[in-house]
Design a binder for this molecule. Structure first.
Ligand code: C2E
Ligand code: CA
Ligand code: CA
Ligand code: CA
Length: 276
């Protein structure tokens, strides 16, 4: 048994080395990825439940790595945040998403809202406001068609200026949503301070909607809260018709998830929307 214990210990030790090596590998690769154009955005449709229409898409980054293949954001966004590289990467995302939205308009697609994820590090170490202004100016996207997804961690930061930059972003005419709503902090006071448009109900509550009465109660409470504050709601991670039915019954405004579509390349989204 003693020997087993030692083996287990060594196993974890090695596993940690592997992780550290991968981390280093990712970090070095990230530095070159922008220059080499290795990032791509995929887009996932968002559906209005009342009309059934596709009202927007969320832009989700992937890294098309020459050796690793398509790397999901969970594997490199944390490294990019730690190293500060999320600032130039985030600028690229904003620009590329806005450019794509305008390209779809020019190709005759119906008007779509483009949702873009922002990291707390972009607020701490970058000038999000300048980045958004540049992206809008360079692409000429109508500001009201850009939606910025903020996490609760951004809004509860005590960093001087977050409230100011969010206010100024709002003055540009862009929309704001709170991502992963309900998973972050119990204080809801930021809902009063920030002029938010939409709450994105986290998929962890949506997943067991049908089987877990607690999750159902939370989702219903979030939708009621949103309604009384005049905010729209969108449920994430909608995978089944049952989830959709229940969300509809609770009065949720929009849904996003594999039930409708996975995140897809720009071309695939365009055909999906044309067929809808
Ligand atoms: P998120 O913003 O919460 O994005 C939703 C995630 O759920 C996406 O994973 C999406 O592919 C996945 N998803 C969508 N529908 C379903 C469903 O029905 N079932 C399940 N199980 N999953 C679903 P993805 O693309 O791997 O992104 C993961 C996270 O990486 C995002 O979570 C976001 O926090 C971050 N991320 C992605 N793109 C960016 C970006 O451009 N900038 C920043 N800062 N973060 C990003
Ligand atoms: Ca998001
Ligand atoms: Ca989310
Ligand atoms: Ca998430």
């Amino acid at each position: 048994a003693k020997g087993d214990g030692r083996n287990t210990y060594r196993f974890f030790d090695d596993a940690m080395d592997v992780e550290a090596v991968e981390h280093q590998f990712i970090r070095n690769g990230l530095r070159r990825a922008l220059e080499r154009n290795e990032f791509v955005l995929h887009y996932q449709p968002q559906i209005d439940l009342a009309s059934g229409a596709i009202t927007g898409v969320e832009a989700l980054i992937r890294w098309n790595h020459p050796e690793l293949g398509m790397v999901p954001p969970a594997r490199f966004i944390p490294v990019a945040e730690e190293s500060g590289l999320i600032v130039p990467i985030g600028d690229w995302v904003l620009h590329e998403a806005c450019r794509q939205a305008v390209a779809w308009q020019n190709a005759g697609l119906p008007e779509l809202c483009m949702a873009v994820n922002l990291s707390a590090v972009q607020f701490k170490r970058g000038s999000v406001e300048q980045s958004v202004i540049h992206a809008l100016q360079e692409t000429r996207l109508t500001p009201a068609l850009l939606e910025l997804e903020l996490t609760e961690s951004i809004l509860i930061q005590n960093v001087e200026g977050v409230l100011d930059s969010v206010k100024r972003l709002k003055l540009l005419g862009v929309k704001l949503s709170i991502d992963d709503f309900g998973t972050g902090y119990s204080s809801l006071s930021y809902l009063k301070r920030f002029d938010i448009d939409k709450l994105k109900i986290d998929q962890s509550f949506v997943r067991d909607l049908g089987s877990d009465p607690d999750d159902a109660a939370i989702v219903r409470a979030i939708i009621q809260l949103a309604r009384s504050l005049n905010l729209r709601t969108i449920a994430e991670g909608v995978e089944t018709a049952d989830m959709l039915r229940q969300l509809g019954a609770f009065g949720c405004d929009e849904a996003q998830g594999y039930y409708f579509a996975r995140p897809m390349s720009a071309d695939a989204v365009a055909s999906y929307i044309r067929q809808a």
